[in-house]
Write a protein that binds this ligand. Structure first.
Ligand SMILES: NC(=O)C1=CN([C@@H]2O[C@H](COP(=O)(O)OP(=O)(O)OC[C@H]3O[C@@H](n4cnc5c(N)ncnc54)[C@H](O)[C@@H]3O)[C@@H](O)[C@H]2O)[C@@H](O)CC1
Ligand SMILES: Nc1ncnc2c1ncn2[C@@H]1O[C@H](COP(=O)(O)OP(=O)(O)O)[C@@H](O)[C@H]1O
Length: 284
């Protein structure tokens, strides 16, 4: 059993990237987002909002037109790219977020394939988990485990492990969350962030990081998409996948607390509360 490290406010404050006078939008970190679909356009706006609100220097968005329009309506800062162009020639980004809300769009899948084939750091969620985990398990690993963050919820962890030919059930995962997150990390050679009331981060051969319990109001549709965007901004600012994931989950939970004020919270409001949480963190 590897030791479990609890991730606290001081850990986040020490690692959170702060721009200096010599920085520009590129040096602060460009995040590419391949997310959203005709069926789930909202996921695109939520990921992009998470990345922008967490302080990305620039966010590039890649997806279908319906989702492009929604992204621009919420975040006019985003720079839009067509999936076909991205599959042919990947625009420069220090990190990518791939998978939230993707569905039935081969050109977008090809763009995700182009990211996987490059040595690009990435956050992988939802619809891209199985493909990316399978590719990495088969040896397609241009980038190391310390720069790849897989972010499944418990249901997605079961599905992804099944895709890697591990026979597991939801009950197995519930019984041993750390063990199954580690099984995925070792098989896919990637850092794994397992979402839940208590979020865990496991890197192959490394320690397990445990976050303080998040407010249960955070269990709301789209909250995971916002988390992926925040983690992408941190990965693009050059944090390692475990630290990026841990800091993202900490700020995400505190932003939920702030936006909720003890009551219900909407995912987009979690993204909206992130800047004030970071400002308070850096003051403390
Ligand atoms: N506004 C939007 O456009 C939204 C889009 N979303 C996207 O919708 C797609 C489907 O995602 P879903 O997660 O809803 O559905 P999935 O089909 O990925 O997962 C549903 C299955 O997993 C199980 N499951 C779900 N969450 C679980 C948890 N936390 N613990 C244990 N088991 C769990 C359920 O029992 C069910 O069997 C994804 O691509 C996702 O990114 C969601 O993020 C919601 C918001
Ligand atoms: N009971 C809970 N208490 C606190 N936080 C939770 C709870 N359940 C889920 N969460 C958090 O809510 C978010 C849900 O993400 P996810 O399951 O990916 O939803 P979606 O796909 O709709 O975005 C994650 O950050 C997870 O850690």
């Amino acid at each position: 059993m590897t030791p479990v490290r609890r991730w606290e406010r001081a850990d986040v404050a020490a690692a959170w990237p702060v721009p200096g006078a010599a920085d520009d939008k590129y040096s602060r970190g460009v995040v590419g987002v391949i997310a959203g679909s005709e069926a789930y356009p909202g996921a695109a706006a939520l990921v992009v909002s998470g990345a922008v609100r967490a302080g990305a220097g620039m966010v590039r968005y890649v997806g279908p037109e319906r989702a492009q329009d929604l992204v621009l309506a919420h975040r006019p800062e985003a720079v839009i790219h067509h999936p076909v162009d991205v599959a042919e020639r990947l625009p420069r980004a220090q990190a990518w977020v791939v998978g939230p809300g993707v569905s039935d769009y081969p050109e977008q899948d090809a763009a995700i394939g182009a990211v996987v084939a490059e040595s690009a750091p990435m956050v992988v969620d939802a619809g891209a988990l199985e493909t990316v985990a399978r590719a990495r398990a088969a040896g397609v690993r241009a980038v190391g485990a310390e720069r790849v963050l897989l972010t499944p919820h418990a249901g997605e962890l079961v599905r992804t492990l099944e895709a890697l030919r591990h026979d597991v059930t939801a009950a197995d995962v519930e019984r041993d969350r750390v063990g199954h997150a580690r099984l995925l990390a070792e098989t896919a050679r990637a850092t794994v962030l397992l979402k839940g009331a208590v979020t865990l981060i496991v890197s192959p051969g490394g320690a397990t990081i445990e976050l303080p319990e998040a407010p249960a109001w955070l269990a709301t549709a789209g909250a995971g998409d916002v988390l992926a965007g925040i983690a992408g901004a941190l990965l693009a600012a050059d944090l390692t996948a475990d630290v990026a994931g841990a800091c993202a989950a900490w700020v995400h939970a505190r932003a939920a607390e702030r936006a909720s004020g003890g009551g219900p919270v909407a995912a987009l409001d979690v993204a909206g509360a992130a800047p004030a949480v970071v400002a308070a963190l850096l003051r403390s």
